[in-house]
Ligand binder design. Structure first.
Ligand SMILES: [Fe+2]
Length: 311
């Protein structure tokens, strides 16, 4: 890491009010990730080349804007820098996962980020911290969904609109939250165009990051430029309690057809539900995701759309 910036805070404009807003409201902050030198195209090109295949995700969509078909891809013989150029001219989405597990300098940065948040927010203690890098094509989008843990989205290059929706039953039902924590598919989450009337739209630019309330639904629309973003994930005791309650409710609903559970993540009722969640896991009934069976294309910076089919 560039020693010049080691003594500078990663968050450039923190104010005391952010401590009470963090995790409860949409919070938009300025960051100094670019100044670490870890997110230049050269540095990211090397990260792409180092990424173990098990942590490398690459998807493409058809050329037509409304083509719903997605294809799975691989880096092939492409350099990391060429891969970024190929994504810049194509319709692709690269997801470099769990970077902290195999790139120590990014693990050090992740610790620095959360140590900084913890120092600023008494009682905020995080575990299972995660850092991923998303490199996506101009106009690429991520469909309406919600996530299982605390999330941060940090913009490095390009810009995108992040649509954030209220965390209420009108926009995400209790059943949808349970499906997410049970890791059943979240792709069938109900989304209607009119939801947008109730959304907060954040146009995220380089040097900005946002975080939002747990389980708040969101979708992302890249602007007409290459987008490089960093995602961080974290767990706190509150997030774990919410997970346990929703997991327990989901298990009960699936086993005894139980309905209308409390989702308050406080008090004694958390613990029987945590036990129910544990039992469910022991029973091995979780659905495993993210298993790619075949690759449809490989990166090819000289080909149309930046990719070549694998037959
Ligand atoms: Fe998300």
């Amino acid at each position: 890491m560039n020693s010049m910036v080691v003594n500078q805070d990663i968050i450039a404009n923190w104010e005391p009010r952010h401590a009470s807003l963090f995790g409860a409201e949409i919070v938009r902050l300025k960051h100094r990730l670019a100044e670490t030198g870890l997110f230049t195209r050269e540095a990211l090109g090397r990260v792409i080349e180092r990424c173990p295949p098990s942590h490398f995700g690459l998807r493409a969509r058809g050329v037509a804007v409304d083509d719903p078909k997605t294809m799975e891809g691989e880096l092939g013989a492409s350099s990391g820098m060429d891969a970024i150029r190929a994504i810049e001219k194509g319709r692709m989405w690269m997801n470099i996962r769990n970077v902290m597990e195999w790139a120590p300098e990014y693990n050090a940065l992740l610790d620095r980020i959360f140590d900084e948040f913890e120092a600023r927010m008494p009682g905020f203690k995080t575990s299972k911290r995660n850092l991923g890098i998303l490199i996506s094509s101009p106009n690429a989008n991520v469909f309406y969904h919600a996530d299982i843990q605390g999330q941060g989205l940090w913009q490095i290059e390009g810009s995108k609109s992040v649509y954030l929706y209220p965390r209420s039953d009108s926009f995400i039902t209790p059943e949808s939250v349970e499906k997410i924590v049970l890791r059943e598919t979240s792709e069938d989450m109900r989304y209607e165009r009119w939801f947008d009337d109730y959304s907060t739209i954040v146009d995220l630019k380089p040097g900005e990051m946002i975080t939002w309330p747990l389980y708040a639904p969101h979708r992302v629309q890249n602007h007409d430029c290459l987008n490089i973003s960093v995602t961080t994930e974290h767990w706190t005791r509150d997030i774990w309690n919410a997970y346990a309650v929703n997991y327990g409710n989901g298990v009960l609903r699936r086993t005894i057809g139980w309905r209308n559970g409390s989702t308050k993540a406080a008090g004694l009722h958390v613990y029987p539900k945590a036990a129910a969640a544990f039992m469910w896991k022991k029973m091995g009934r979780q659905i495993k995701g993210d298993v790619v069976k075949r690759r449809d294309f490989r990166i090819d910076v000289n080909a149309e759309g930046g990719r070549a089919s694998i037959d």
